[in-house]
Write a protein of this length. Sequence first.
Length: 436
Amino acid sequence: MALQPNVDLDAALKEARDKYGAANPNSREYYESARNSLTGGLGRSSLYFQPFPLAFSHGEGAYIWDVDDHRYADFMGDYTAGIYGHNHPITRRVILETFDNGIALNGPHKHEAPFAEALCKRFPAFEQIRFANSGTEANIWALSLARAVSGKSHVMAFEGCYHGGVFNFEHGPAPVNYPIPWVMAPYNDLDGTSALIDAHEHELAAVIIEPMVGAQGCIPAETDFLKGLREITEEKGIILIFDEVMTSRLGPNGYQGEVGITPDLTSVSKYLGGGLTFGAFGGRADLMTRYDQTGEDPLPQAGTFNNNVLTMTAGLAALEEIYTESAARDLNDRGDDFRHRLNELAKTHGVPVQFTGYGSMLNIHFTADPILSPQDMHKTDLRKRDLFHFDMMDQAQYLARSGMIVLSLPMTDSEIDSFVAAVDEFFASRKSLLAD
Ligand code: PMP
């Protein structure tokens, strides 16, 4: 179906939003009644958009269905956690088998250490790890460890980045953030960052960074920036933490493997739980050993579900049988090709639009100016981004409202071609609205 060309961005957006509202009565009803007991009608603030978000009923392979029975190609991929698609036969089998053998086994169990070992083999920084239940928790633990072992209080994070619900720096440190004295630094600016490290070196326990900014625009760090950060932190004895909650999928050995830089600690989450709730953090054995209960003055690291059996078995099977090192290479090669095609399309249409990212994660930006830090996201007119979101949904393509686009393993050339065709249609219909 051809999209309607429009003369005015506000009018076009209103028309697209009204059309969306009319097409999704069951999602609207669900949202309105959910608001009674579930604050704001949903459990993850990042999923909200006006007039109401879609509510989903089920998924299969690369597709999801909403409660109005529309089918969408799933290019949101649950913000990178959904790499296996829906109802993957291997994780399904393993979860059911595990369930049949009991799921709350009280003690250490036979599935825990093998999963830890597989993760240590996979990611260079992991000499030893511990489990948690989410990316936020993994970062809480990594930062607590850094502060406990260093005896220092402050942590450097980067402006505009996100490390979890209580580590949100999208607009500076959020009021709900974990109360750590933060030093905010500019992403991809080595001089600015190193001056701040010099100024705070005696109080800085750690520097935490996403080696590619994920949900805030899929913006890779320049390798020299990461190298510089590694050198400075090493020289000054400050713990460097890579938050690879999203980026660990971007290569056979994570993004750290792609750039050949080994941080002191790393946090992971998302897809590595095989689709179930999961988090882990780890790194240098001399740091992690502080959790060893046989050591002198050990630190506690507890959590009822840290070693939950379903995640341990599903995660291990997914890592060893599905997202193998070669599968990671292949998916990310396809992602690079996909991003290249989309950027070529923007050039062909002559629209000031670009797709940034790396491998299987990318983000649309409505500007031709360089995108080097999360601050550059402000160069995008949010009305264009929202229009894209509605127009893509109208063409049965589901992606994050922020413009993040994520590939999953069950996607074939057919899904990728359909997405490219939908973007082509969007550029053709909306060209006059996209000019700077
Ligand atoms: N770090 C990064 C880089 C993330 O993108 C996220 C989640 N999007 C988190 C941490 C938090 O993970 P979780 O939602 O599992 O708590």
